[in-house]
Design a protein around this ligand. Structure first.
Ligand code: ZN
Ligand code: ZN
Length: 248
């Protein structure tokens, strides 16, 4: 009787769950809803997840690139935990969502060890589904290539900013670099020298130097002059450093 799938009980309008024998109005693949959901493991997560986090720019390394880690450590931990859990849920789980609970944070070696409890929910065959997962997120503190260049004083461009209203122009320059840095972590300033008639900046990115020059050209009708000089060779390629003059 327990295994007669979908057997209609003569004494009631219900059917028998073949696993627990409960009489129910609706069967899901021959099972009552608690048995049907209990049989399923629609979510999973590895017991340990390792992630490298740059403490200079707060980006983490994920499938080949450095991804913005957000505003805070808890926000970062939640983002990584949620992403990891969602990448492992079964296609059977519809509209999956994950609540991340931080159980414990410990310092470990050169990083942090964070215990997480993840509450996965969604629907399957029209039924509400919930599952709790546990994992430990191991955060390794590292320095990304951009931040390591920055601390090493690396620069690709010298920007010579010349202006009659130097204070305003320098403020605008910093604003623009700040905006570029949000997207490109090589758009940093490693040197700033006051010279006659203006300021010379050393910039980590030649592209950023060109972008900022274009900005001053279109907004302040600045005159731009760009020159390049050979500074060396690396792996058979000539390495140039550019100098961009921005005169307002
Ligand atoms: Zn059952
Ligand atoms: Zn970094």
């Amino acid at each position: 009787m327990r295994r007669s799938i979908g057997y209609r009980c003569a004494m009631s309008s219900g059917r028998f769950c073949y696993l627990c024998g409960a009489v129910t109005e609706e069967l899901f693949h021959g099972l009552c809803s608690p048995c049907f959901l209990g049989e399923k493991e629609l979510a999973s997560i590895p017991p340990r997840i390792s992630v490298s986090l740059c403490r200079g720019c707060f980006r983490y390394y994920s499938s080949g690139s450095w991804v913005d880690g957000g505003e805070s450590l808890t926000g970062f931990v939640e983002t990584v935990g949620r992403k990891e859990a969602l990448s492992h849920v079964s296609k059977e789980l519809k509209d999956p969502s994950v609540d991340v609970e931080i159980k414990d944070i410990k310092e470990k070696g050169k990083g942090l060890s964070v215990e997480l409890e993840l509450h996965v929910s969604g629907t399957t065959s029209g039924l509400e589904y919930r599952q709790t997962l546990n994992t430990v997120l191991q955060i390794k503190n590292v320095t990304c290539p951009d931040c390591s260049r920055r601390s090493g004083g690396y620069y690709e461009a010298i920007v010579q900013l010349r202006s009659e209203q130097l204070d305003d122009t320098v403020t605008k320059f910093h604003e623009q670099i700040g905006r570029l840095y949000a997207r490109d972590k090589q758009a940093f300033i490693v040197g700033e020298t006051l010279v006659k008639g203006g300021v010379d900046f050393k910039l980590g990115s030649a592209k950023a130097a060109k972008t900022v020059a274009t900005y001053f050209k279109s907004h302040y009708k600045a005159v731009i002059k760009e020159t390049a000089s050979l500074v060396g060779r690396k792996e058979g390629n000539d390495i140039y450093r550019i100098t961009v003059l921005i005169r307002i």
